[in-house]
Design a protein around this ligand. Sequence first.
Ligand SMILES: NC(=O)C1=CN([C@@H]2O[C@H](COP(=O)(O)OP(=O)(O)OC[C@H]3O[C@@H](n4cnc5c(N)ncnc54)[C@H](O)[C@@H]3O)[C@@H](O)[C@H]2O)[C@@H](O)CC1
Ligand SMILES: [K+]
Length: 476
Amino acid sequence: MRDVWTTGHVRAAEERVLARTAPGALMRRAAYGVAARTAALLAERTGGVAGRRVVLLVGAGNNGGDALWAGAFLRKRSVGVTAVLLAPDRAHAEGLAALRRAGGRVGAPEDVDFADLVVDGIVGLSARGPLRPDAAAVVARVRAPVVSVDLPSGVDPDTGAVDGPAVTADVTVTFGAYKPVHFLAGARCGDVHLVDLGLELADPDFRVLDRADVARVWPVPGAEDDKYTQGVVGIAAGSETYPGAAVLAVGAAVQATSGLTRYAGAAAEEVRRRWPEVITTGSVGDAGRVQAWVAGPGLGTGKASRDVLRYVFESGVASCVDADGITLLATHPDLWDARDPDAPVVLTPHAREFARIAEPLGITLGADRVAAAVALAAKVDATVLLKGHATVVAAPDGRVLVNPARSHWLATAGSGDVLSGLIGALLAAGLDPLLAAGCAAWLHVRAGDLAARGAPTPASAIVSALPSAIRAVLHG
Ligand SMILES: NC(=O)C1=CN([C@@H]2O[C@H](COP(=O)(O)OP(=O)(O)OC[C@H]3O[C@@H](n4cnc5c(N)ncnc54)[C@H](O)[C@@H]3O)[C@@H](O)[C@H]2O)[C@@H](O)CC1
Ligand SMILES: [K+]
């Protein structure tokens, strides 16, 4: 589990440490970490360190100070270091003096063309908005690998939003704590390394699950278990027009756990043909007992579908409402009245579905995707999984998980149906809804990677890859 704090919290914690450490000590510790990673990347990309040319892009604040100090440390390893000062009269004075003492020089934007590696110290925690034109012009020249100090300049530290020129780093060296940008805009950051500064921080703004967290809670049958004790999930999905959504959601549920899967709907025949272990019926009322429902994928938005959703809400068990289910809630908000308030609901909107359901409630999906998900979760008292390149899962009590993508092959038709089946199976197994959604998103990404292996993948191949992904989770 990695804990992540927004910049306000990091800054406050830094102030407390600064007050009790020698002036400049924290910055040199941070800069030493940057220098170490820069040397490692130089060695990896060019086969050596001494004699290589590093250009520092130095902005007006302490982020630039870190870069200048890092340059001074690199000089000790005989690296040729040139600083390009973007705000010459505001460059960090001690850092610049240290670089000069160490034999580094101040150069011009053209020096970037001859760099073996560029260190981005343009802007850090105080960054607001995209790169300014002078900084953007220098960054546009960069062809060498980039190490970003704290975060890639031009990317919003707290939301990961990019709305103009910004740096794309190969490596980011950050200090004290992970910030939202590292997971909400992971692709901009490259490999992220954390340098410990001994900060004391309270509860994180969000968390990121890792393999061990998923392994700890993924349902594994014990000696006393049978198909019922592991949780029965019901899938209310698919229609005559869209039987595929049912087959995919059911397939994911069947492969996710050893609990029983039931299916209720118009695609019973197709489901049975593909998944003979599933108990199928034509309607939710005849399905029998379940511990959780998945309602919505390919279901349609007519009267019959509304009745399905109402039945699911009234049944008093946990549910995952996806796709057409979300649209129904947006167009017929009275459906919420059927919901047993003790039964947890997980909503899994993509951006357009999110807007559909949230805007009438006064919540807009802006740059801050985490804030939007948290607001909707609190408003409708449901766990909200907001899909995107970084999946945000917000619980109604304010806890948040973020699950970054590793590639974008998962953005394919039917992929969401697979995710909803996974969530349903984990809800039925009794996982806390936040963890059910978070672990499902995590496994979905890994299965997507296994299925795609660098090429487009159909969603049915993601379903097929689930057992391998679970094996990798459980057995390392
Ligand atoms: N506070 C501390 O204790 C520590 C801070 N450290 C470093 O200090 C950084 C924060 O330093 P500062 O608060 O001085 O601020 P920054 O260095 O992040 O920003 C400084 C200035 O950059 C300019 N700027 C803002 N947005 C810009 C944009 N889009 N394009 C171009 N210029 C822009 C503004 O004039 C801003 O005041 C951290 O990111 C980290 O690198 C580290 O040295 C560790 C210790
Ligand atoms: K930076």
